[in-house]
Design a protein around this ligand. Sequence first.
Ligand code: AQP
Length: 334
Amino acid sequence: KPRIFSGIQPSGNLTLGNYLGALKRFAQKQDEGIETIYCLVDLHAITVWQDPEDLKRQTREAAAAFIASGVDPTRSVLFNQSQVSAHAEMGWLLNCVARMGWMNRMTQWKDKAGKSAEKQSLGLFAYPALMAADILTYHATMVPVGEDQKQHVELTRDIAAKFNHDYKTDFFPSPEPLIEGVATRVMSLRDGSKKMSKSDPSDASRINLTDDADTIAKKFRKAVTDPAELPFEMEGLEARPEARNLVNIYAALADMSPEAVLGEFGGKGFGTFKPALADLAVAKLEPISREMGRLMADPAEIDRTLSEGAARARAIAQPILEETLDIMGMIRGR
Ligand code: AQP
């Protein structure tokens, strides 16, 4: 039976990249009638330092962003990871299945650890095994993610396959990454070779879901681009990553193809295109940030929604965890 699981780290302001690559598609999947489970992965967030008060606020804000983007907590399961202890327990079990060599090859680990691996938390290194646990604890079959998370979903498949092989079972299904649409990798507005990221030190590199109309317009106006006009055909964007990024953002926001965007703006300069893009982004994001503001005015209600989601998540996860423990040879109470 198809079942979708995906998550977002509540590690800062959610960006336009998170919206187009994840949130918008999460809502679409739910509306397609597939069973959808969405998680604010707070246990992942603490793999790097998080101020405790900030983490709580960011988690509520991320929950508000999900709901404001169309994820309905009565039709999807929406919760924060740490309220369902099966994630941490399954994470440990899968730490004992995953191999150090596999983790060492993860490009996100290499990017984030850089030259200072010695100083990183053990959790940051083990992060992909916990992500595998998040997915496998629900027997999820599909994982909608942006391009940057593809390698982690592939690792999840390797972990599931090794478990099934070692314990001579077919217990874990192999989940498919769902990487769809034109905005699977939204790039930084300051550097077309880097992805837009909530942890980038430069606020000008990203559009935050909470940015006001003036800030959005200013960030697009100042976005790094070349001086040429937009081409009429897609080939003309090949060596122009910044221009391609803005065209893709426009296409994703307008639910158009990039070809259709060039049909409208080919031959025009950024002096015309950037303000049109800013207007479109404001029109799409303003209702979301307004709704987030409304939801954030009642944090207790958000907390209630998350704990109701957690109860529903636990009902699915706990029996799968119990069976995993049994398969691995742990005595369970009768
Ligand atoms: N730039 C992006 N374009 C498209 N999709 C993106 N995603 C993230 N950035 C982009 C997708 O958003 C989901 C949640 O990501 P995450 O919060 O778990 O962590 P991340 O991938 O590491 O995202 P960030 O924003 O860059 O966070 P930090 O800076 O904290 O590491 C995923 O589906 C991701 O693909």
